[in-house]
Design a protein around this ligand. Structure first.
Ligand code: HEC
Length: 162
């Protein structure tokens, strides 16, 4: 009788032990699945955000910019224009009055960048990216009254900094 009870106890204990082991395993699987799903969702969101930003051409006169091989003369011209019109508020390596401009063309389309230079007033009130930047920097980007050619030259200079 004693042996019977003992073995019954052992079986029950084993049963519960294996049960909770299984539950634990399920829990771990669930946790891992949740984490993987979250990571995948984050990654997808990042890609959508990045490609969404690059697809944004901004608001203004520029609807299409073709970027060929770098034109060093145009970039030199842009460098001078950049010095007089932009350095009061921008640096490349770090945030200043406005955002750091390093890596700019990895996150913005060239059309968007030129429209930001040529039409900042409208951009910061209507374009979702520029509106977000304004909220973050709380200073309005100034309109430097550039011509489209000036803005294109500055864009070429910015390409050399990427
Ligand atoms: C008076 C200061 C000021 C001047 C001058 C200025 N900017 Fe800005 N810029 C800003 C601020 C501030 C922002 C962020 C948006 C906002 O708050 O209006 C910005 C945003 C930008 C952005 C968007 C950056 C990003 O991360 O997407 C670009 C590109 C830009 N400026 C380029 C230029 C260029 C090129 C010039 C020169 C022609 C220039 N800016 C002149 C203040 C300035």
């Amino acid at each position: 009788m004693k042996i019977k009870i003992l073995s019954l106890l052992t079986i029950t204990t084993l049963f519960f032990a294996s049960c909770s082991g299984e539950e634990k395993a399920k829990e771990v699987v669930n946790e891992v699945t949740e984490e993987v799903t979250e990571n995948v969702e984050d990654a997808v969101e990042e890609v959508v955000e990045a490609t969404g930003d690059m697809a944004n051409l901004g608001i203004g006169p520029i609807t299409s910019v073709e970027l060929d091989d770098l034109d060093p003369d145009l970039a030199d011209e842009g460098k001078e224009l950049y010095k007089t019109n932009c350095t009061a508020c921008h640096k490349f390596g770090k945030r200043y009055i406005g955002p750091a401009l390093s890596g700019l063309l990895d996150r913005r389309s060239p059309e968007w960048v030129m429209n930001m230079m040529l039409n900042p007033e409208e951009m910061i009130t209507k374009d979702p990216i520029a509106m977000e930047l304004l909220a973050e920097y709380s200073t309005q980007m100034a309109n430097q009254q550039l011509t489209e050619d000036d803005a294109r030259a500055i864009l070429e200079f910015i390409r050399t900094k990427d």
